[in-house]
Write a protein that binds this ligand. Sequence first.
Ligand code: GBH
Length: 535
Amino acid sequence: MVREIGGACGEPKARRFPAGFAWGSATSAYQVEGGWTEGGKGRSIWDSFAHTAGKIADGSDGDMADDQYHRFAEDVRLMAKMGLRHYRMSIAWTRIQPTGTGPANLEGVAFYNRVLDCLQEAGIEPWVTIYHWDLPLALQVERDGWLGGEYVINAYVEYARLCFHHFGDRVKRWITFNEPWCVSVVGFGTGEHAPGRNWQPQREPYIVAHNLLLAHAKAVKLYREQYKSWQEGIIGITMNSDWREPLPEDNPSRYMRNCEAAERTRQFFLGWFADPVYFGDYPQLMKVRLGDRLPAFTPVEKAMLKGSADFFGLNHYTTTYAADALPGMAVGFVSTESKADWVLVSDEEDDAPSSRDTDPVEVQSIYGWEKVHRHKKKTPSNVALGGWFTDCGTQWTCDKEWSMNDMGWAVVPWGLRKQLAWIQDRYSPPGGIIVTENGCACKEDDAASAKCDNQRVAYLHGYISEMHKAIVEDGVDCRGYFVWAFIDNFEWALGYSKRFGLHWVDYNTLERVPKESSKWYAKVIAANGLVPVDG
Ligand code: GBH
């Protein structure tokens, strides 16, 4: 009998990918490096946020993380062992400029030189994210961070210039930003991520997004004008989007409204960033819904934005249904499970004392002392309504048939295929689409259970199969795929409680153990696709 690797019976066909398809795996600096005070590194908003009581689920921080700051050579050996040829990593701005401006910190430059040299010796191509959420704290405290308009935009472009200057001889694949949606909505809407602001969710996320887009476009312009001709690299941006499927509904007119709601969510989520990058402006429906809360681009800015990516970086994890929210209905991701990513509920429910577990406690934030309620749910009690979720006006739910991973995210492989086709259809991105992250958190209590991570193998198999169908059957120009993550790491507000890695980390000893998924993925890389095996 023949079956696909890790797959179910009945689909014995090999799924080969186009020649040159880039198979990789990803991490980010704060999540893996540790060494938070070493080599002249400055403090970032994540150093500060993680050290603030109540912000990280397990009370942990990234001070040590995977200690990749000292162990990168070992990690590169593990990559080589898998036959991995592409590695997506990020640079910590605070290693290069400890306070976000000024000359390069040469110790920080030396660190990344060692990493890049090591990758080069192993024949592994680096894909470097310039900004994966760890803004220098000084820029936040003194200059309002991503709310700070021209100041922060110019600071970012100067930092990007230092990256091109010092590393562009070896780095040929640049990503300006990771997931501007998360930076805007999770950092400034729900406040679950640094800098933890949720006081004006109806305004701040839109200002932040605007500044991120302008910083992206300016950095790309700089690269193209001053570096590209001799460094011969490409530069793009990574945006995250989970697929939205209209909630099935018998009533045809209500179903139509759900279809509209799903499309509206796609545009609010991904079009918010991708439309400016590909068309030079925000989606029309956002302009209509938001009025003057949505900043406007000048003609010069529009021209600078339009076409500002050499490839389309997509991070994709899951799918939800979307329904048109009726007045007074909860918006956002509504789930009865406490594992829900976030929940925005109506006023009364949000204020219900039963959902708080204590009297208010005083916590130190980077702005001073704050009074907060600890919540039984993950959602902070002080989430204000009227933000991005309300503006989008849709309710997200999951099908009870869909299985859930350890994040409480539904495993829906066909969602990736539909997401890719939607991007191809709307943007036809020159340079193609690169899936810069896709992966699965599994509950792994010890190395033994991590070694048999069949749930992760099944997830990757399913998503890679659907990506193949998108390429072969739907004509999607997808040219690369990166598993999140190469190694277990600090999962932001959830600390070390969630494991995405192809390699297990024992956080007491920092020992690395390859999981089954790393061996399985090595075969995918070697075969350039999914191949049948004898079962
Ligand atoms: C990425 O973000 C990050 O880039 C990475 O650093 C992180 O470790 C990794 O993912 C794992 O979390 O309610 O249907 O929208 C993930 C972005 C946005 C993906 C929210 C899942 C929630 C499901 N996430 N989305 S839904």
